[in-house]
Design a protein around this ligand. Structure first.
Ligand SMILES: Cc1ncc(C[n+]2csc(CCOP(=O)(O)OP(=O)(O)O)c2C)c(N)n1
Ligand SMILES: [Mg+2]
Length: 273
């Protein structure tokens, strides 16, 4: 897909995510809206994955470490063909495969279970190392939240990835400046991320993570370093695309009421035109 088509797809995924959260009466809408442009670029421009052969040994691996935003992943996977589109209606219902956090034993396309923050990046480092040991060509991509980066396990993984020179690994930090119920700046402020990652021996690219052109460029093969892992610090807005949710700490896992839903959907529909 070119960037125009990717923007159209991201808007569609935002609308479907909003609807799923509204109908389920639960979800993590703020962090879903911030990460959807990144997910869209990955699934529709970058990742070599095949819904007809989800366990192909040569596939790229993607880990959504910020597993609380599972609904956005499910919608992206459904657009890609990993599950029927109508199955999104079962999100959070009893016996559904679409739990509040992604489960690899239930849903094809999910590479590892996430939800407890601070686990996805360490697992992704293991995946990238496995590819290296097998002399395999597939790449590993992982998305973490910025609040999630407060978990110390991430920094052990970051040190390991540099030590092993894992240039087949891309970390994208969804840097929306907010965590659950607070701003990063008011808790354990890790920003700026770039100098820390550089000091650990990583190549770093900083982008506007809600700008599709910048996301696509940062993920292009030409931007990959040799002999070290790549981190993309994606500056985003929590609640991006919906005015009253954007950059608003209240919308980590709040659910819109009927009136708010209508307004949010109208804004997204207008952006789609
Ligand atoms: C180990 C762990 N502690 C606490 C939580 C509860 N929790 C879920 S989301 C969240 C905030 C995450 O913030 P961030 O990583 O910035 O995600 P985003 O802003 O993208 O939603 C917390 C504390 C958790 N899932 N795992
Ligand atoms: Mg955050």
């Amino acid at each position: 897909m070119d960037t125009r088509d990717l923007r159209v797809m991201a808007n569609k995924i935002r609308r479907r995510d909003l609807r799923a959260v509204f109908e389920a009466g639960a979800g993590h809408i703020g962090g879903e809206m911030s990460v959807i442009d990144i997910l869209t670029a990955l699934y529709f421009h970058v990742l070599r994955v095949d819904p007809d052969n989800p366990l192909d040994p040569e596939r790229d691996r993607f880990v959504l470490s910020k597993g609380h935003t599972a609904c956005a992943l499910y919608v992206a996977l459904s657009e890609k063909g990993f599950l029927p589109k109508e199955e999104i209606e079962t999100f959070l219902k009893p016996y559904s495969r679409l739990n509040g956090h992604p489960n690899r034993t239930k849903l094809p396309g999910v590479e590892t279970n996430t939800g407890p923050l601070g686990h996805g990046l360490p697992v992704a480092v293991g995946m990238a190392l496995a590819a290296r040991l097998d002399s395999a060509a597939w790449r590993t991509y992982v998305v973490t939240g910025d609040g999630e980066m407060q978990e110390g396990s991430n920094w052990e993984a970051i040190a390991s990835a540099a030590q092993y020179k894992l240039d087949n690994l891309t970390l994208i930090i969804d840097h929306n400046r907010l965590q659950q119920g607070a701003r990063l700046a008011d808790t354990n402020n890790l920003a700026p991320f770039a100098p820390k990652l550089t000091a650990f021996g990583w190549e770093v690219i900083e982008i506007d993570g809600n700008n599709m052109d910048e996301v696509v460029d940062a993920l292009s093969p030409e931007r990959r370093p040799v002999g070290k892992p790549l981190a993309i610090v994606a500056h985003t807005n929590k609640g991006n695309g919906i005015s009253f949710m954007s950059d608003n700490v209240a919308w980590h896992h709040k659910v819109p009421n009927a009136e708010q839903y209508k307004q949010a959907m109208a804004e997204l529909e207008e952006a789609a035109l």
